[in-house]
Design a protein around this ligand. Structure first.
Ligand code: ZN
Ligand code: ZN
Length: 251
């Protein structure tokens, strides 16, 4: 579908939605209202919860200390302190969540944006500064043109609505069209994103002295997020908390 036809189709969807019965945005079975996911799809997701790394949110198989004791760190965070204050993800990146995220990314299944943003805000709220500003991990303009939208930006917009916090889509830029990260090792991913981001001239005053909630879709090795956080801190941001929808959890 070319982008014009796609845009018209999207515009028309609001009208169509009010006529057609609501369907689960993941599998298509009938549900109570538009934007819902059916119970089967909900229960298929693996939500990440405690016990987990206090800093990066990596889930532990079992608690090595008494449950609830604060300050447990994963091996990676003990070895190198991450640049962010906290990172959290809503669910694990597995077959069930992958299907949802790809649908959101490539097939305009935008019904997921609002419920996901709500979950993301609930997850990061305890770590977000009261006057934080929400910023999405940006796409390079070439990729943005191909995809037509940045799903992290859509999630940011909805999170800003739920939280009442400011958002800023324009200040953090991806200035290098990095190759796809898929299939790259941790080291190569880090190299791939080096000097890929910058703060726009117009955004410098806007971000200086602020706390940021950085929004990403999938947290893999953390290379992209770490680089964004590094640039934000260099630009005078005081602290960054990171929220992603899904996290790749591998040993
Ligand atoms: Zn379903
Ligand atoms: Zn950690």
């Amino acid at each position: 579908m070319n982008s014009l036809v796609k845009s018209v189709a999207l515009l028309g969807r609001g009208v169509v939605d009010s006529v057609l019965p609501p369907r689960c945005f993941s599998c298509g079975v009938l549900v109570a209202s538009h934007g819902d996911m059916c119970p089967k799809c909900w229960t298929g997701l693996s939500f990440i919860s405690k016990p987990q790394c206090e800093c990066c949110g990596f889930p532990f198989e079992f608690s090595s200390q008494e449950e609830g004791e604060a300050g447990q760190l994963c091996g990676a965070c003990m070895e190198t302190t991450p640049p962010f204050i906290n990172a959290r993800s809503v669910f694990r990146y597995d077959d069930a969540s992958k299907r949802l995220i790809l649908a959101l990314k490539y097939f305009d299944k935008l019904e997921g944006v609002e419920p996901f943003a709500k979950l993301m805000w609930r997850t990061i709220k305890p770590f977000a500064a009261e006057d934080a500003i929400i910023v999405p991990v940006p796409l390079h303009r070439r990729r943005l043109f191909q995809r037509r939208f940045n799903q992290s930006a859509l999630l940011t917009k909805a999170m800003s609505k739920y939280s009442g916090l400011d958002m800023d889509m324009l200040s953090l830029l991806r200035i290098k069209p990095t190759a796809s990260q898929g299939g790259l090792s941790r080291k190569l991913r880090a190299e791939n994103v080096r000097s890929a981001f910058a703060i726009a001239e117009t955004g410098k005053n806007k971000l200086k002295g602020r706390s940021v909630v950085l929004v990403d879709d999938v947290h893999t090795t953390g290379a992209t997020v770490n680089e964004c956080v590094r640039i934000l801190l260099k630009g005078g941001v005081t602290s960054v908390a990171v929220i992603s929808l899904a996290r790749v959890v591998s040993r």
